[in-house]
Design a protein around this ligand. Sequence first.
Ligand SMILES: Nc1ncnc2c1ncn2[C@@H]1O[C@H](COP(=O)(O)OP(=O)(O)OP(=O)(O)O)[C@@H](O)[C@H]1O
Length: 424
Amino acid sequence: MGLCFSYPSSASKTGLHSHASTNHHSNGIDYSSSTAATTGSSVERRSQFSEVASETSGGTLSNSGLLLESPNLKVYSFLDLKTATKNFKPDSMLGQGGFGKVYRGWIDAKTLAPSKAGSGITVAVKRLNSESVQGLAEWRSEVNFLGMLSHPNLVKLLGYCREDKELLLVYEFMPKGSLENHLFRRNEPFPWDLRVKIVIGAAQGLAFLHSSQREVIYRDFKASNILLDSNYDAKLSDFGLAKLGPSNEKSHVTTRIMGTHGYAAPEYMATGHLYVKSDVYAFGVVLLEVMTGLRAHDTKRPYGQENLVDWLRPDLSSKHKVKRLMDKGIEGQYTTKVATEMARITLSCVEPDPKNRPHMKDVLGVLEHIQRINVPSRFSSRPAVASSSHASPRHRYGYRAGAAGAERRRPSPGRFGADKDMDG
Ligand SMILES: Nc1ncnc2c1ncn2[C@@H]1O[C@H](COP(=O)(O)OP(=O)(O)OP(=O)(O)O)[C@@H](O)[C@H]1O
């Protein structure tokens, strides 16, 4: 069945506002210097998405995920969202990404209509930079993908607004913020069992995206895009760069190079060839961040250590070195076996050749095994965090400076590039 979206007219050809012009650009390289006209991309994305819908007929893609037959999104006016966010009051700002600010807002739980601050349910309202051509492309991609996909490990998009130059998206509110906040922006080391629980949830989300006949390549897997609900269940957000996987026996799609430093797979950086397995590489990078408590890319580290994978990959196959690279702040919370198993799966995810990387469902199996076998003697009397979403997570943790202590609270590295399909 074809899908019919009624979107406003095509993109205005304003200049590109790449991350290079924001403080999110970590090394000042502008990968997006060539033309950035995205006019027409909506039509293309729509027709590609229709193809997925017809292949799966709105059926179940995995045990708990669905491709919806039609996007079930509420259309808001700009005034609605002004009301819902107390006029985008700075004190209701939840965070800022490369393409806009995210505010806390309130809507009625049943009708989803805007409500007064403090009444109804809390939502997150992303207001995209309306001057940015890339902002418009990302807004469209988010509506097209998130509006159609439903899975417990994908953040729910509730509605959107496009009015004059204003582009907004309304999401379910994720009260525990992002994995990035917990790993790098807090003084307290984030407990190992929560780290594992979160990567399992994120792996479920990615495995779902990769499981349809025509896979969805997420393309921007990173710690700041893994959001957490009140139970630390992980949900992937930000489908601004997502792409449909290759068709007709092809192994990859070719796109302009975009992503986030430290997470983008080497083959993609070198050629623009994007594989489903490019997501697996980024997943491995997050696993390494989770193990070490260090950022994927940090220009403040000494020469040769800026890129976490390039720096630590050789250590992942040595039991002795794995012990040393683990975040000191969580020592005693995992067994040696767990650390070495984690290193092994991380190493296979970041294999230079995409063909040698595992599928996400296999990565998921290994992570679930790692979660099951972790019974560190120091913590053996304490109940572990269960993987079920009904588990009560242990989330109060005291400060212990670790090797990664100095790394915490640094601004996150930003994205680079502007999207443009090369091979349709
Ligand atoms: N649904 C949500 N619930 C709660 N907080 C959110 C939600 N969505 C985003 N945020 C907060 O807003 C911040 C900015 O999110 P956004 O997706 O715009 O950018 P980002 O992923 O941090 O960066 P980038 O644009 O480089 O991908 C997040 O880090 C998070 O703290």
